[in-house]
Design a protein around this ligand. Sequence first.
Ligand code: NAD
Length: 490
Amino acid sequence: MTHTHNAPSITQVRHLIGGEWKHASDGATFESIDPHDGSLLGVVPKGTAEDGQAAITAARHAFDSGPWPQMSPKERAKILHAVADKVDEHREELAQLETRDGGKGINQSLHAEIPRVAHNLRFFADYASMAANEAYPDGDLLSYVLYPPAGVVSAISPWNAPLMLATWKIAPALAFGNTAILKPAPQTPLTAHRFAELALEAGLPDGVLNVVHGFGGEAVAGPLTSDPRVDRITFTGSSATGVKILQAAAPNHTPVSAEMGGKSANIIFADADLDVAVPMSIRAIFGGNGQVCLAGSRLLVQNSIMDEFLERFVDEANKLSVGDPKDPSNFIGPLIEQRHLDKVHGYVELAQQEGGKVVTGGARLTGDAHAKGFYYPPTVITGLTNDSRTAQEEIFGPVETVLGFDTEDEALRIANDSRYGLAGMLFTQNLDRAHRMAARWKAGTVWINCFFERDLRLPFGGEGASGLGREGGQYSRDFFTEPRAVTLRL
Ligand code: NAD
C-alpha cells in the first residue's frame, strides 16, 4: 500500500508510468509537508527529465497501440464512471488528504472540490458520448466533422485546488480518447497519487494515465512541454510559468491551453442587495484562503455606500475563524508555504508604502493555534488607486484591495484596467446595467449577483495574462481533439 488513511502515516509517493509505480530515475525525493503544522506527509519522487521522457513513451505507446483511443466514447465513459465511483467511495479520505496537503478547509474539500472531481469525470465521460456532431447537407455535397483524439496530452496543474484542477484536464483528455501525463504541483502531490491508484483499481488501462512528480522546466516538466511526441499541453498556473511553457512548446507547434492568474474586479453598486453582496464578497476573496485564481481581489464599491459597505465587510472579515483546516468550524486555513506567506505579506507592506491603509489584518498570526503553520488573517486595504502595484499584481492570498467609484463607466474602466482578464463579479439590482457591463467586461467569466457558480458546459478561461484558449464542454472537445472536416459528393 502506498497511501495513507489516518493522519500520522506518511505517503510513499511513486510516479505512475505505464501502469508501474516508479522511483525517480536517480532515486531523488522531496518532502510534502502539512502547512498547518509542518509535519511530514509524503516522500515524493523528484522527477528527472528522464522520468518525463519515460512517461511520454508510455503514454505514446498506450495511444499508438493501446485500446483506449479506439474504444467507443461509451466504452471509455463506462471506465471513467467507474473511476468517479471510486472517488465518491473514497471522498472522505481524499478530502482529508487534500486538506492536509494543501491547507484547504475541510468543508471545501469534502463538499465542493472532491465531489467536483467525480463530477468532472462524469460530465466529460457523458459529454464525449452524447455531444452532437456537425453535419451539413448542401446540394449534392454532404459534409460532417470527426473529432479524433489529439494524442498524448501533458497536464500540468497548480497547488491551489489540486485534484479538482488536475481532473478538469485529465477527464476531458481521456474522455475524448487521448492518453495523458499529469504533473501535479510539488506542494500538493498526494491526492493525484491516490487518484492514480483508484483509477487503476477502477480498470483504467495501463499507460492511459501517467503521473510524474517534481518541478518545472529543467526537471521532469521539461520534456512534458518540449518533447515533440506530446500533442497537447494543458496548463493551469501562474502567468509567468505559462509564458515559459508557451516558449517551450512553440518549436514543435504544440497547442497549449493555459489557464493563468487573475486580479478580478468585484463591483458593488449602491442598489445592490447588501445581504447578498457582503457574504458573497467575503467568499470571493477569503474563500480557499484567498488562494483562488478567480478571487475578487479588487473590490470596487460605489462611493455613496462605501462607508456602510466597508463597515459590514470588515465586520464579517473579522468574524472569519482562521485555524486548522481539518476543523470544519474554521473558514481560513494556512497559506501553502513560507515562501508564499512572505510574498503575501510583502504585498501588504508594499500597499502601505504605496499609501494604502490596512483596515484589518496585515500581520502573520503567531498565537498557539497558529504558531507552526503559515497563517495569515483576512486583510483589507483601502486608500489606494487602481494604478498601484497592489491593485495590479496578483497577491494570491487573503488580501482585499478596496477601491471607490462613482459611475458605471468609471467602474468598468477600472475593472478593465488590468493585464488580467479572468473573471468579474457584479452586484446590482439593475439588470439592464448588469447586461451592459457583462458585454463590455474584459473577463472570461462574469457573475451577476452570484459567485463561483460553474456549469461545465460553459467556456472557462481568461483574456490577456489570464489565459490562452478556453476549456469546458465543446471548448474542451475542440482542444483535446483534432477536428476533421469530411466532405462527400453524393
Ligand atoms: P506555478 O506556475 O508556479 O506552477 C504551476 C505548475 O507548473 C506546477 O505543477 C509547477 O511545478 C509547474 N511548472 C513550473 N515551472 C514550469 C516550467 N518551466 N515548465 C513546466 N511546468 C512548470 O503556479 P502555482 O503557484 O502552482 O499556482 C498558482 C497560480 O495558478 C496563480 O497564478 C493562480 O492564479 C493560477 N491559477 C489559475 C487558474 C485558472 O483556472 N486560471 C486556476 C488555479 C490557479
